[in-house]
Design a protein around this ligand. Structure first.
Ligand code: VG1
Ligand code: CO
Length: 544
C-alpha cells in the first residue's frame, strides 16, 4: 500500500516566479518544505491534478534527481494519473514542450535554472508549463505565488525512489511513471521541419560545424541528431556530456562564458559554423568564420529565409520579438508584408500569439529563437534551421549576413549587464529614471536627441490581459534606442540590463566594430540613467 501523507507546512516568503520560473540557490531549495511548498502551490493553482498526465524532466544540474523523486511522490499523492519522465531525469526545455503537446498532458514541470551556474553552491530552478507546452502565463504564475503565500499543507507519498536510468514503467499507488527516451519525440518533430537529406549532403561535402553543448542538456540531443542522424563528423559536438556543475562553468552562450568557442571561430582554421546552447537547451548562438551573429540579427535572417526549410515553405503568418530585441526583424516583416508583434521579455508572452496562429517565428535578444513547432524557444532547432538555410543558399554565414544588411540595413546591437548590483541601488536607478521620463523628450545627450521615453506596457491582443513596467525604453530621433530593465532570473542582488541599438543604412559603416558603432548611445545611456553613480560600477560585467 502506498501511504499518502498530509504534511503541515507554513508559507515561505519570496516564492515569486520570475521571467522563467522560480530560481534560487540550491541551499534554499534544500530548506525544509521549500520545494514541496512550491510544487503543491503549482498543483493547487492549476485546479488540482486528479487524473492528469504530467511531463517531468530537467537539465541534469545538481539536485535534479532528488527533486524529481520528491515531485513524483507528490504527484502520486495529488492524484496524477501518469508522469512521463525523461530517462535519467533529463529533458531539455523544448523537448519537454514537445512532449506536453504530443502527450496532450495537463502540463509539465521543468527543473532548470537555465543559463545560471549549477552545483551545491549554485542555482536551481523549477518552472511550470501549461497544456499548450509553453511557460505558464502570468495569470497562472500569479496564482502559484498566491497559493505559495497561503499554503498550510502538502501531500506526498512515502514510497521509495524510482529508478530513472532505464526506459521502463513503474507505479506509485494508482499513478504510472513512464521513463522515456528524452530525444526520440523531439528528433521526430525536427524531421518534419527540416530537410535532413540536404543537411546530410552539406556535411558530406565537408561543411564543418562546432557545436558547444557547454556540458549541459543539449549534448545528447545534438550528438543524436547532428552526428548520428545527419552525419556530422564525430567530435562536432563538444562538451557533450551533461554535468551537475556544467564543468564549473556558466552554461550561458555569450562571449564571456562561451569564450573558447569564440576564440576558435575567430582564430586560424575556424570551421564554417559555430553554435552553442544553454543549460536547458532553449537558447542558441550562431557564429560564422570570424563573425558573431547577434541573436536579434539571427531572428531577422531566419525570418527572411525560413521558407527555404520544408516546415516553413508556405511562408510565415507573422513574427514576434521581445521589446528589447532589436528592430531588425521588423524590417523583414515590413518587406514581406507580415505582422510583427512586440511583447515583454519572457517566452510566455509569445504563447497566445502562437496558439492563435498570428505568428510563426519568435525571438529574444538573449539568444532565444523558436517557432510554432513547440511553445518554447529552441536552441537546436535554430541551429538546424540555419543549417537548412546554408544547405540551400550555399553561401557562408558572413556572406549571408552581409547580403542581409545590404537589403535591410544594419541594426547594431549590444546588451550590457551589470550583475549582482545592490538591489536598493538598482531600484533607485529605475525609480529615478521613471520619475523623469516625461521630461526627457527633446533633451539632447552626446548629440542624440530623445524622441520619446516610456515604461513599456503590453496589452495582449488575444486575451486582453495587460502587463506594465516591462522596461524603460528611450528612443532617439536618429533611429537609435536604449532600454533599461531589471532581470527576473538572477539570484544574487539585482541584474541591470542595458540594451543598446542603432540603425545604420550606409554600407560603408557595416563593418564598424559594434561597441564603436554604439559609442554615443552607450555614453548617453549613462548620462540619462546615472549607471555609474547609482551602481558604483564603471564597466558592465558582461557585454553581449
Ligand atoms: C532572461 C532573458 C530573457 C529570457 C529569460 C529566460 O531574463 O533576458 O530574454 O526569456 O532569461 O531564458 P531576465 O529577466 O534575466 O532578463 V532561459 O534560457 O533562462 O529559460
Ligand atoms: Co534557457
Amino acid at each position: 500500500m502506498t501511504r499518502i501523507l498530509k504534511v503541515e507546512t507554513t508559507p515561505i516568503q519570496g516564492q515569486k516566479p520570475g521571467t522563467s520560473g522560480l530560481r534560487k540557490k540550491v541551499k534554499t531549495f534544500k530548506e525544509p518544505h521549500y520545494l514541496e511548498n512550491f510544487v503543491q502551490s503549482i498543483f493547487n493553482a492549476v485546479g488540482g491534478m486528479e487524473g492528469a498526465t504530467l511531463i517531468l524532466g530537467g537539465d541534469g544540474r545538481y539536485y535534479n534527481r532528488e527533486a524529481i523523486q520528491i515531485i513524483l511522490r507528490m504527484a502520486a499523492a495529488n492524484g496524477v494519473d501518469r508522469v512521463v519522465v525523461g530517462q535519467g531525469g533529463l529533458l531539455s526545455t523544448p523537448a519537454a514542450s514537445c512532449l506536453i503537446r504530443k502527450r496532450k498532458a495537463k502540463g509539465g514541470i521543468i527543473l532548470s535554472a537555465s543559463h545560471n551556474p549549477g552545483g551545491p553552491e549554485e542555482d536551481f530552478g523549477i518552472k511550470y508549463n501549461s497544456d499548450n507546452g509553453g511557460p505558464a502565463p502570468e495569470t497562472i504564475t500569479n496564482a502559484i505565488y498566491a497559493e505559495s503565500q497561503n499554503i498550510r499543507e502538502y501531500r506526498v507519498t512515502d514510497t521509495a525512489d524510482i529508478e530513472l536510468s532505464e526506459i521502463a514503467e513503474f507505479t506509485i499507488g494508482a499513478m504510472t511513471v513512464e521513463i522515456v527516451d528524452p530525444v526520440k519525440d523531439y528528433r521526430k518533430l525536427m524531421k518534419t521541419l527540416f530537410s535532413f537529406k540536404k543537411i546530410k549532403k552539406l556535411f558530406k561535402n565537408g561543411f564543418r560545424l562546432r557545436f558547444d553543448a557547454m556540458h549541459a542538456i543539449t549534448g545528447p540531443y545534438a550528438q543524436d541528431i547532428l552526428e548520428r542522424k545527419l552525419g556530422a563528423p564525430k567530435g562536432t559536438v563538444i562538451n557533450a556530456t551533461p554535468l551537475e556543475d556544467f564543468g564549473d562553468h556558466h552554461p550561458d552562450p555569450n562571449p564571456v562564458h562561451a569564450r573558447d568557442l569564440f576564440d576558435v571561430m575567430f582564430g586560424p582554421d575556424a570551421p564554417d559554423m559555430g553554435a552553442a546552447s544553454d543549460g536547458d537547451g532553449d537558447r542558441n548562438i550562431i557564429l560564422g568564420r570570424g563573425i558573431y551573429v547577434a541573436p536579434s540579427d539571427s531572428l531577422a535572417v531566419l525570418a527572411a529565409n525560413a521558407h527555404l526549410a520544408p516546415g516553413y515553405e508556405n511562408g510565415l503568418a507573422g513574427v514576434a520579438r521581445s521589446m528589447p530585441t532589436s528592430c531588425a526583424v521588423d524590417r523583414v516583416a515590413a518587406e514581406v508584408g507580415m505582422p510583427c508583434f512586440e511583447t515583454p521579455t519572457g517566452w510566455k508572452f509569445f504563447g497566445n500569439l502562437l496558439d492563435a496562429g498570428k505568428t510563426t517565428l519568435c525571438g529574444e535578444e538573449s539568444a532565444g529563437t523558436g517557432s510554432d513547432h513547440v511553445r518554447e524557444k529552441d536552441g537546436l532547432w535554430a541551429v538546424l534551421l540555419w543549417l537548412n538555410i546554408l544547405a540551400e543558399r550555399q553561401e557562408s554565414i558572413r556572406e549571408i549576413m552581409k547580403a542581409h544588411w545590404r537589403t535591410y540595413g544594419r541594426n547594431f546591437y549590444s546588451r550590457h549587464d551589470y550583475e549582482a548590483v545592490d538591489s536598493t541601488a538598482a531600484g533607485n536607478l529605475m525609480a529615478t529614471l521613471e520619475a523623469k521620463l516625461s521630461s526627457l523628450p527633446g533633451q539632447c545627450f552626446e548629440g542624440e536627441t530623445i524622441k520619446s521615453a516610456d515604461n513599456f506596457a503590453y496589452n495582449d491582443p488575444i486575451d486582453g490581459s495587460s502587463s506594465t513596467a516591462q522596461g524603460i525604453r528611450i528612443l532617439f530621433e536618429s533611429d537609435a534606442r536604449v532600454v533599461f530593465r531589471l532581470s527576473g532570473t538572477g539570484t544574487e542582488g539585482a541584474t541591470l540590463r542595458v540594451y543598446l541599438e542603432r540603425y545604420v543604412s550606409d554600407p560603408e559603416e557595416f563593418d564598424t566594430e559594434t561597441q564603436v558603432a554604439l559609442e554615443r548611445i552607450i555614453t548617453a545611456a549613462d548620462q540619462i540613467a546615472g549607471i555609474r553613480s547609482h551602481t558604483g560600477r564603471s564597466e558592465p560585467d558582461v557585454i553581449s
